[in-house]
Structures are given as C-alpha cells and as structure tokens.
Design a protein around this ligand. Structure first.
Ligand SMILES: Cc1cc2nc3c(=O)[nH]c(=O)nc-3n(C[C@H](O)[C@H](O)[C@H](O)COP(=O)(O)OP(=O)(O)OC[C@H]3O[C@@H](n4cnc5c(N)ncnc54)[C@H](O)[C@@H]3O)c2cc1C
Length: 491
C-alpha cells in the first residue's frame, strides 16, 4: 500500500465500486473493504434497479411521483429529480460494462413491477441483481492500474489533516498503517447490525457514519429506518434472508396465521402497498390475531415460472425445507434499510471539506421518510458518480501538495473488549425503535446506550474490528435515540 493517494474510497458495494471507476488513470485511488470484496448489502440486492428506460409507457414524472409518495413527501425534490433523470444513463452504463440484466427476446431489458411503482420499471438479473452488478464492477475495477484494492482492510480511524485525511487502516496483509488521501468517499453502507434481526450483511455496522460524526459532519434522519415486511422468518439467524418485494409484485398473497389475506384491511393497495405500510399492517394484524405467524403464498403461479423467476429464493427456501411452488413461506418484518445518514448535497459533499459520502451511509434526501423499492442501488450509482466527478473538478483547482512525512502507524493495543455490548445495543434498539415504536422505552435505552459508548470511548480497549464495530453500533444507537427523543419532545 502507498503512503498517500489522491482518493480513498471506503467500501466496495455499488457506491464505492462505481465511484472508483470514474477516476482516470492519472488519479490514484485506494479502495478498501473491511471483509471480502463481495460481502456487502449491494451483493444481497435481489429485486433490481428502478429506472425509466421506456419513455413510451413510463415517464420521469411518474417515477418522481412514486418516489415522493413512498417517501411521504419528505424527500428532497431536487435530489429526486437528479436520481430519476440521470439514473437511466447509469443503468445503461452498467449494461455497457457487461452486467447481465435479464432481456426480452427483442434484446430490451425486462422490466418488472414492485410495490409502490406505478409502472413496470425494475430491471434485474433474476433475483440476484446485486450480485450480478457487483461481480461485474469488481472485475472491472481490478483491471484498472490506478486503483489499489485492499480487502479485509478495516478503516478504524479517519482524521482531518492539511490537504486531506489521515486514515488508520488495519490490513490483513500489512498489519496496521496510516495512509493519507486528499479526498475521501465514505461508501460504507448501512446500519442493519444495530438490530437483532436484519436483512443486512455483517458489514452493516454504521462505521462510516461514525467516522463522519466524529469529524463533525452533519448526520440527518438516522432514525428513519425501513423495515422490510417479508424477511424469511428463521428461528435464530440474525441475518434474515429476504423474500423480495418482487414476489408480491408477481402476485404472491400475504396470509395471517389463519391462512387468510388481510393486507387490504389496512390499505387498499393490499400486498402492493409500500413497505412501511405492509410492515405496519403485519404488526397490527399480529396484535389482532395474537400471533407472529405470517406467510407468503405464491403457489397459485406456475411452478416453472416461479423457479425461473426466483431461483435464489427458491433454492434458499428449499434449504429450509420450504418448496415455494407448493408451500407457504413463513415471513416477518425486520430491519432492512436506512433512509437517513451522513448529510450530503447534490454532489455528495458532506459538511466536512473534502469528505464525500455515497450510497446507504449517506443522506441525499431522495428517499424521504421511506424508500421506494429498488431506488437505493440507483441512488448509490447516481450520487457516487457525482461524488467522483465533483472530486475530479476540484482537483483542477485545489492546491494538493504532497503530504510529506506523516505518521505511518498508531498504537492499537489495549484491554480486551468485554463480551455483550453489541448484543445489548441490539436489544435496546429492537425494544424501542422497531416497526411500531415504543417512545416510553426510549429515555432509559438512550441512557444505557450512552453509558456503553462512554465506556467504549474512554475504556482504553484494543483497536480491532470488534471494538470498531461495537463503537459504531453504540454511536448509531445514541444518534438514533437522541433524534427520537427530540422528536417526541417537540410533538
Ligand atoms: C437483502 C437486501 C436486498 C436488497 N434489495 C435491493 C434491491 O433489489 N434494489 C435496491 O435498489 N436496493 C436493494 N437493497 C438495498 C441496497 O442493496 C443497498 O442500499 C445498497 O446496495 C448499498 O450500497 P452501498 O455501496 O452504499 O453499501 P454496501 O453495498 O453495503 O457496501 C458497504 C461497503 O463498505 C465497507 N465497509 C464498511 N465499513 C468499513 C470499514 N470500517 N472499513 C472498510 N470498509 C468498510 C464494506 O466492507 C462494504 O464493502 C437491498 C438490501 C438488502 C440487504
């Protein structure tokens, strides 16, 4: 690893990879991921990417309106317009790079419908779109000589210095080191692991949000968290496998413990209402029936179609002894997505000079209070490209002197982290800020989260991945619950 780079990108999901590709060969880029390159929320994305590619049957205004409706009109309209109008060219760019989108016989991309969309506009690769996109992007970044890629490399510290940042990195191959970069793009993903049950990958611990917060960047709407109504209701697994929205889009029924459809009781759009509405309906029905047993039923569709359209879901469910062509799929809501994050402008600039954020860790305002299905990969693409372009523009005028001598190592040793902090944080969050909120539990849970964070900050613990992630989870919990307290106080 070099001692300095033009740009550091933390994260190899859709946002980090796509940003990296924008930089020409004369710009040195360090691209890191704290685990394997392919372990990310992006790789898990099933449904697809929403984009207006067919301007005869669809138009920008409809996609904008669907996004605003799902977001309860709390979206940033300017950001939504950028997303919707620029997004199609990024999707076409992916196709040009070789992403294997499902095609119609005439060669056009297949477009499916998902909840909250008024038109068929979700392009996909079967039910594993994210993996198809990230695999192709990883292959492409690997061919670029200006991009140094380090996997299993944890960003544990980010400090501002003259001309940029000093980044503390714990690498598998080279141990710990401190490297400098003139610009940093945080593309570090969401916060799912702050909950007991989530669809998110193990990397989603809110590290980037924590670093940005420590640097004094504005963090916005971190309590705007989306719960997916239909995660596979496994007994014990923390990471719950998602039964994609597209399954309901293709006509699956949502059933209660008595095998009856109920979604229409709570919203006239029934199973195709936006996620928060369906999650709420399940929780209310759970109270009404005094049961947490819920099911998706797609058995009325042609088995061959099901196996062809949802091969991954079919396979994953079979591993749990559920044949979705014949059996009902047990489902229950769980944490899925973060709408808030590090506040950024239309060029993905944070409020800290030279610090950018893109993808799920950022708050562009496109999602408002609730994300429309399949808008997040689109957001990751559009705003990471804009971040890279803004950096390229700035590089023409910024006076970026070499960093010269800077420290290259940190002291990382310390006490062992006690067991249980992460589990406790998850319990605190699950208890008071799940689908149906419990405001009365927030003050005590916030106090406890603050105590844990204080100990983590002042306790002299060894800096390793466990410590960094525990500190991130505690930081996220404190920010979320403080925000909720403020809202409760003003209501
Ligand atoms: C199961 C599932 C299904 C989904 N389906 C869809 C869908 O169909 N359509 C859609 O639009 N969206 C979908 N989403 C949401 C979407 O996938 C994510 O919002 C989006 O991919 C996030 O991309 P990202 O690049 O911001 O972060 P991620 O893809 O999560 O990548 C984060 C990266 O940051 C790295 N990182 C984090 N912390 C550190 C650190 N301290 N040091 C170094 N590296 C670090 C990680 O290693 C990882 O490489 C889905 C999400 C899930 C979980």
């Amino acid at each position: 690893m070099n001692r300095e780079y033009d740009v550091l990108i933390a994260g190899t999901g859709a946002a980090g990879l796509y940003a990296a590709l924008r930089f020409p060969e004369n710009v040195s880029v360090l691209l890191i991921s704290k685990r394997e390159l392919s372990l990310s929320n992006s790789s898990l994305a099933q449904g697809g990417v929403a984009a207006v590619l067919d301007t005869i049957n669809d138009d920008y205004q409809l996609h904008i309106q669907d996004t605003l409706t799902a977001g309860k009109n709390k979206n940033n309209l300017a950001a939504v317009e950028v997303l919707v109008k620029e997004g199609p060219s990024d999707v076409l760019k992916l196709k040009e790079l070789g992403v294997d989108f499902d095609l119609l016989e005439n060669g056009e991309m297949q477009k499916t419908l998902e909840a909250g969309h008024s038109r068929h506009r979700i392009v996909h690769h079967k039910d594993s779109t994210g993996r198809a996109i990230t695999e192709k992007l990883i292959e492409t970044v690997k061919s670029r000589p200006n991009i140094d890629i380090y996997e299993n490399t944890l960003l544990y510290k980010l400090e501002k210095c003259e001309n940029g940042f000093l980044a503390g990195l714990l690498t598998e191959s080279e141990g710990s080191c401190v490297t400098a970069a003139h610009y940093c793009i945080l593309a570090s993903g969401g916060i799912g692991r702050v909950y007991q049950y989530t669809t998110n990958s193990a990397i989603a611990t809110g590290d980037g949000i924590t670093f940005a917060h420590m640097l004094g960047a504005d963090i916005k709407h971190l309590s705007w968290i989306q719960f997916h109504p239909t995660a596979f209701a496994a007994e014990n697994d923390r990471e719950r496998f998602l039964i994609s929205e597209a399954v309901r889009g293709e006509g699956a029924y949502l059933l209660n413990c008595e095998g009856k459809r109920f979604a229409h009781k709570y919203d006239e759009r029934g199973e195709l209402a936006p996620r928060d509405v369906v999650s709420n309906a399940i929780m209310l029905e759970s109270i009404a029936t005094n049961s947490e047993k819920f099911y998706l039923d797609i058995t009325h569709k042609d088995p061959e179609f099901i196996r062809e359209r949802f091969p991954m879901i079919y396979k994953k469910c079979l591993e749990e002894n559920i044949d979705i062509t014949k059996d009902h799929i047990p489902v229950f809501p769980c944490q899925h997505y973060l709408m808030g994050g590090i506040d950024v402008d239309l060029n993905a600039r944070t409020t800290v000079d030279r610090l950018y954020a893109a993808g799920e860790c950022s708050h562009t305002g496109v999602h408002g209070a609730n994300r429309l299905a399949s808008n997040s990969l689109l957001e990751a693409l559009v705003f990471s490209r804009r971040a890279a372009d803004d950096i390229l523009k700035r590089m023409q005028t910024d006076n970026n002197q070499p960093f010269g001598d800077h420290r290259t190592e940190d002291e990382l040793s310390g006490r062992q982290l006690p067991h249980g902090y992460r589990t406790e944080i998850r319990r605190l969050m699950q208890e008071c800020h799940f689908v149906i909120k419990k405001p009365e539990a927030v003050p005590a849970n916030l106090e406890r989260a603050k105590e844990i964070l204080r100990d983590l900050t002042e306790g002299g613990y060894e800096i390793n991945r466990d410590f960094v992630e525990a500190r991130s989870l505690a930081t996220v919990a404190v920010i979320v619950l403080e925000e909720v307290m403020k809202e409760n106080d003003t209501e």
